[in-house]
Design a protein around this ligand. Sequence first.
Ligand code: PLP
Length: 450
Amino acid sequence: TQPDPAAGAAVKAADRAHVFHSWSAQGLIDPLPVAGAEGSYFWDHDGNRYLDFSSQLVNTNIGHQHPKVVAAIQEQAGKLCTLAPGFAVDVRSEAARLIAERTPGDLDKIFFTNGGAEAVENAVRMARLHTGRTKVLSAYRSYHGATAAAINLTGDPRRWPSDTASAGVVHFWGPFLYRSPFHAEDEAQECERALAHLEDTIAFEGPQTIAAIILETVPGTAGIMVPPPGYLAGVREICDRHGIVFVLDEVMAGFGRTGHWFAADHFGVTPDLLTFAKGVNSGYVPLGGVAISAEIAATFDQRPYPGGLTYSGHPLACASAVATINAMAEEEIVENAAEIGERVIGPELRAIAERHPSVGEVRGLGVFWALELVKDKETREPLVPYNASGAANGPMAEFAAACKRGGLWPFVNMNRTHVVPPCTVTEAEAKEGLAALDAALSVADTHTHA
Ligand code: PLP
């Protein structure tokens, strides 16, 4: 497509007049008008093309405009656009079958939602009804969505403005060795102390009051902290001992992102409920859901499940999920994520960390990586203070602007940049993006004490 700045200006003018944006002070934002996208790239109306190292909101796992998924949506639109959830229909049955086939253990029943937050809402409802208990434990440094229960479960500043004390949510610390809440010196110690802390939290809250523990298998927006070996198995054991439902939130980590279909596969752990969204169909049509264990599903065999959505299992969304999962299997896209992560992204990020005083730690797996930017590698003082805004966040804003000038669209959160390209990213694209990242980090370096 030819650049058309006038068209871009018109799009932006109507946006600023009428679109109310998420998470934003409406008067202070400057959204980029996007003209199109394909694969790992998108472009604006002025002729600037960006390599998308954010996968939008870490959801375009299969890249933009995958022809098989586009064709499946078009075909389904020609056949049947919508159908109430009470009916059975081929694409919904097939999407559920393909998902259940891939989820760990006996998570064989699928409740469909429109996205991740609704999946979390329904997982919590199922856990409460199944156990007859109210409280839910979740981790600091987590994100579970922006609806009522999901935002209360969230363990970062996005919760603060929407916090309601009545939600029955208790937060605890999960493992994160680089900024260890337990002053641990190695992963084994971090794991042991994190599990002991969880045990203590449960003891003092009263195990008989706790319906569920919810964790992101690998926390995403909060920093991509891969849990130490044994941690998730330890949580599983604690849940079993106290009759607590174990919920793994795989909205961001699922569907190939970590180099397995589900991040839980890395740890050999099966939760009782698993929430998904994003990568299930790369967000081509809104879709999420809960994969449910046989035991919890049985709770609602004779007793109605008191929850539903007009668009649960929407045919266009399900058709895109079927096409996405089949394409990911046929084209070995999950294997690509694992391979590029291990062979290209991980090693190059570690080399970048050696070159730049601003990179304190590199961590991740698959196409799910975080760089912790710091003022000082020794003290680990973050490049910007926790939850900084305005001028205090200047160094990160400058770094992000430098990425964009270099043709790279970064994912930036607090003092971190995440490297989260589509699972389809090629070696050449990964190298191109890492070179742009390398160059932009020189800007971050100017804000260090080095
Ligand atoms: N859970 C996790 C782990 C997420 O990363 C997100 C979104 O980023 C959500 C839940 C919420 O999903 P949605 O924005 O589709 O409601």
